[in-house]
Each structure stands twice: as structure tokens, then as C-alpha cells.
Design a protein around this ligand. Sequence first.
Ligand SMILES: [Zn+2]
Length: 247
Amino acid sequence: MDDAQLLRYSRQILLPQIGIEGQERLLNAKVLIIGMGGLGSPVAMYLAAAGVGHLFINDFDVVDLSNLQRQIIHTTEDIGKLKVESARKTLLALNPLIEITPLYQQLDSDALIEKINNVDVVLDCSDNLSTRFAINQAAVCTKTPLVSGAAIRMEGQISVFRSDLPDSPCYRCLYPSEDALTETCSQTGITAPLVGIIGSMQALEAMKLILKIGETLTGQLLLLDALNMEWCSIKLVKNPACPVCKS
Ligand SMILES: [Zn+2]
């Protein structure tokens, strides 16, 4: 690390749990963020600012006026541009010392496995169940830690799935049926700071996984009722009949 990097990351390096060694670990880390929307915005911005060295960002959509209420990585002048390009511009303005690889395509299961196999952590910031299932399947297949977040209306949830550890449940253990939730933000609405809360927590969990510090939300689903600001935690167990992770 040069002097500019030492200064940039100094408040983080000061933490005994991180230090120079931890910062080097972050700088050498590769992370895949799927979705550059409401959750992907704070996830990517915090991981970039914190100095996670290589971010792969995936989205195949363009910025729409209705996105700007909560997708804070994009600005009014980005309307009509690819989200990955708009996001890349913001992230490099925030931290020009890191590498950003935009992936502008809907990743099929083979492509997901290939991309996830190449990173230390994958963050699910998508907005639909079929994508969530596909990301989970690829994370289990490659034994890659998955940080999963979701937000709708004034409710949020977050969990960490560690397919690299034995006996850890996967996302699919939680939703055995294909036809569980089909609601989307465009139909039901969403409050702006909620995605900031959940996304920021996803970024922090990803950093802890890279740094191998503290306790993550592995085997735990944290649910937020933001209207009453009440959190509840549900213990998750591996489903022996899970179609994805049963051995
Ligand atoms: Zn499972």
C-alpha cells in the first residue's frame, strides 16, 4: 500500500480487527454483486469505498426515472444508460484505486457458476425469486459464501449462506417451493432508506467474510419490520430434502 492508500483507508486500518493485514485482504478480494438497483447501490458503494479490490457488477437493465428514488448509485443524468456503466462511473469517482468489471448480461446457470467460481463472496441484490434460486444454486455448486438481501414495502431481510461449510443451510432450504414469492417493487412499492439499511448490512457481512472476523448471519435470517423498527431473527436449519444442497 502506498501513502495515499494508507491515508484513504486509515480509519479502517485503525481498527484492531482489520489493521494493514486486513486492508490488504480487502484489496486482494474479488466480489460479485448481482443487481445494481436499490440494494446493489449501497452494497457496491460501500465495498468500493472500503477498498475491496475488484468488484464484478452485474445488471442488464437501463436506468429509469422511477429507479432514482432509491437506487442511489445512479443520477438523473444517467437515465437511459446501462446501470452497470452508470454504476461503474460512480464507483470509480468514489475510489479510482479499485477495479470494476461490468457484466452486462443476464447470467445463465453456466455463466453464474463460472463468474461465482472466480470470486470470494457473491452478493444477491436481485429483485426476483428465479434469479435468487439460480444464484443460490451456483453458490452451492461452487461452495462460495452468499450474502442475500431483500426488501419490499417497509420490510427487509438478510442472511448469509456458507456452502463452503458443512451443514450450513442454503437459500433454497428456506424456500422449498418454486412458487413462493412473486411480488416485485414495481407492483407493491418500497421505501427509499430501507434498501440502504439492508444493503449496508450486506456490505458489512461481505467484508467480515473476506476478513474472517466476527460472527456473520450464517444460519440466521434477520427480518426487519421498518414501520415499527422491529427486528426478529429466525434460526435456519439445513433441509435434508433440499433439492439444491442435499448431499
Ligand atoms: Zn438447501
